[in-house]
Design a protein around this ligand. Sequence first.
Ligand code: NAG
Ligand code: NAG
Ligand code: NAG
Ligand code: NAG
Ligand code: NAG
Length: 449
Amino acid sequence: MARKTKSIFLAFLLLCSFSLGVVVVAQEEAIAKSESEALGEPEKRETLEIIIGGGGSPAPSPSPPTYCPPPPPKPLSRLEKAKRVLLKFKTTIDDPNCYTQNWSQDTDACKFNGVRCANFPDDQQRAVAGLDLNGAKLATKNGGNLPLTGLLDSIPELTFFHVNSNNFSFVGGFPNNITRFRFFFELDLSNNKVSGKFPTQAIQNNQLVFLDLRFNQLTGPIDPKLFERDLDVIFVNNNKFTGYLPENFGSTPARYLTFAHNSLSGSLPKSVGYAPNLTEVLFLKNQFEGCLPFEIGYLKKAVVFDISENLLTGPIPLSFGCLKKIQFLNLAHNKLYGCVPDNLCQIPSIRNNGNLSLANNYFNEIGPSCWSLIKSKVLDVSGNCIPGLPNQKSPKECYQFYKTKKTCPNPNSFYYVPCKSYWGRQSKPTSPPSEPVTYKTLKPHRLRL
Ligand SMILES: *[C@@H]1O[C@H](CO)[C@@H](O)[C@H](O)[C@H]1NC(C)=O
Ligand SMILES: *[C@@H]1O[C@H](CO)[C@@H](O)[C@H](O)[C@H]1NC(C)=O
Ligand SMILES: *[C@@H]1O[C@H](CO)[C@@H](O)[C@H](O)[C@H]1NC(C)=O
Ligand SMILES: *[C@@H]1O[C@H](CO)[C@@H](O)[C@H](O)[C@H]1NC(C)=O
Ligand SMILES: *[C@@H]1O[C@H](CO)[C@@H](O)[C@H](O)[C@H]1NC(C)=O
């Protein structure tokens, strides 16, 4: 039942041109409902009678002018309250692109640039359901960082808050009360001036499905609670996060995750392989070390797996040949070594327009199926130690490396293959793979997904 209300209100997310297909199924059924709501329902205002003086006395009758208190003010509608918040916010900002130019007292707040309205499910009152200030480059009047308090925390009907490329920060604290917002699904604070520790308060709302904190200056470890939430999208790339990824990583139901361009270290937790819906993940450009856990081969839905530019060592586990949906596998710029498993080069989704980048490692052997992939430019093994191939490291460098290479714990696990072979299976010449979502997060501007 709660799910149903969620899906009705979620329909408004469609309006915001953002939706990643995050909730496609739920949305489709909901569109019709919300359209009829939007067309059918005139604005209802609560006409609660406020009894001044309380105590059960009857409502004051319109009579003697002198002693009577002024008529009780009509309670503000949801929309009027939000309008006050927005207009007050406007007085505090420097708005170099005139983004809020048409926010004015005599305009319907639903027509303000960047404002999306919808009927609030509880009482069908018109309300501000979403705020999109993407690219507005707002700051305070003296060029300082904007607080989220006074805006994000003051419109409880919000379903999404997208403020890519502004000067918002946590000055004034992170607004704790968004935890209580009933329908808050999407938080995009990307490319702002957010610093400090991982904002645990931001993920305390159980409704949240989309979290985008990329391109900020967040520091310290990533809170393990992040992986316990019902999030579909986690974008935290291009911050300054440090520390290990927690062991509970695999609890996340998320499909799209980006940790790229941080300073995360330690080895990849085994549980990464058990993340049930993981479709695309970017770990590139961190300081991950140790060996690849064979469990990664369990990622049946993974299309993109990029852990390039780290400090990983050891061989590629044969289980990687079981990544049956993988199209973009990037292990380049690490210290991996040994033989490139032949079963990896047989995966149909790689052979059919995929991209397997193993450049700049210390591989010294490749399986027979890999040769044709080099020819078709799907596989890049430049900068390795493979005899007979061009653009390899010098024999001296390779010799030095192999003399001192580190071995991996549990070496037998590297030979374990938890699936049937794809050998000889025809790769269907279907449509070329769609462009991955997560690589677009590596640019700071707003995402058009
Ligand atoms: C305010 O600007 C937005 C974007 O240009 C526009 O869609 C909206 O209709 C404008 N509102 C009014 C009241 O003119
Ligand atoms: C936002 O911050 C940047 C640098 O941190 C600054 O250059 C810019 O002027 C600020 N924006 C405004 C509108 O003051
Ligand atoms: C959230 O808290 C702030 C103060 O911390 C308050 O001004 C605001 O009205 C609160 N919003 C809601 C919707 O409760
Ligand atoms: C994600 O995985 C969970 C647990 O396996 C499953 O219940 C859920 O339906 C999956 N969600 C999506 C969007 O595939
Ligand atoms: C494969 O991916 C690498 C790394 O992202 C990229 O540099 C290269 O251009 C891609 N190759 C093809 C053929 O798309």
